[in-house]
Design a protein around this ligand. Sequence first.
Ligand SMILES: NC(=O)c1ccc[n+]([C@@H]2O[C@H](COP(=O)([O-])OP(=O)(O)OC[C@H]3O[C@@H](n4cnc5c(N)ncnc54)[C@H](OP(=O)(O)O)[C@@H]3O)[C@@H](O)[C@H]2O)c1
Length: 298
Amino acid sequence: MTLQSIAVVGPGAIGGTIAAWLSRNPLVGELTLCARTPLDRLVVETPDGSVIEATPRVVTDPAQITAPVDWVVVATKAYDVAAAAQWLKPLVGPSTHVAVLQNGVEHVERFAPYLDRDRIVPVVIDVPAERSAPGRIAHRRNGTLVMPAGEAGEAFAALFAESVIEASTTDDFLTVAWTKLSLNCAGAVNALTGQPGGVVRAEGVAELMRQMVRECVAVGRAVGAKLGDEIPDWVIERAMTSPADSVNSLLADRLAGRPMEWDARNGVIVRLGAIHGVPTPVNAMASTLLAATAWTPD
Ligand SMILES: NC(=O)c1ccc[n+]([C@@H]2O[C@H](COP(=O)([O-])OP(=O)(O)OC[C@H]3O[C@@H](n4cnc5c(N)ncnc54)[C@H](OP(=O)(O)O)[C@@H]3O)[C@@H](O)[C@H]2O)c1
């Protein structure tokens, strides 16, 4: 196999973790980090406590890209897509694929305005990672990457053959993505209350979260995902058994004063529910209130 050239756009917690593991793959030739904030190198603590140090080329301006690559890996937050897309023009050539590692169910739709849909490889990512400073990341649990079945998805999975991250393909990507969304949508409660995972035990909260998930399941089914009746209870059970002090990314972003991915996690349920005639009042309230946290008087 010829050596693969890869550019990671958005080397934050996920992009940095992925880049660190890719740097260990002998099939990866050139590895470039396309960053907004400069970083000197990657230092990634892995789940077994060992550390990967890597010094890929770092660029901070699309004008520094001189040739297209085989793979672009986009790992910005979902709300940074327009800015991330600035990198695509110099990076995407006739045979480039773009893997989108973001939460939500609209990986392809977000990037379709910028390139052919058949170049986009959506990835459902479950790789817990935290960034303490630019390039300094803790990769907490091995985790998984799931892509749609097919040549591109399998080629992307092969890049992780020697990593601890389990990369696989599925014949039903829609269902995998909506199952993850079912899990994520209820996390809005934490950002709204400012409380960590344990708030699920506060009176009425589990039922409210269950209702958010029911709406997600109903909309997911309307778009064709195969979601079982057990999903709302499964999500609440997971929340009940998670550490009471766990902080999801929506809450972490709110506490840090950063934008939040509420649209990718709740707004999408409301938007698609409206198209398919599925009522989504609880997700609508959550989206409206989370959006309003950024409101400022004129
Ligand atoms: N972290 C997790 O455990 C986890 C787990 C599952 C799924 N996810 C999903 O993975 C995606 C990435 O999340 P994350 O936690 O890795 O976020 P993150 O740590 O905030 O990383 C995002 C990175 O994108 C960079 N960026 C933003 N705009 C850019 C641009 N125009 N050009 C280049 N880089 C740009 C940011 O730059 P700065 O350095 O300037 O901020 C940051 O380095 C999200 O959709 C998230 O929901 C995350």
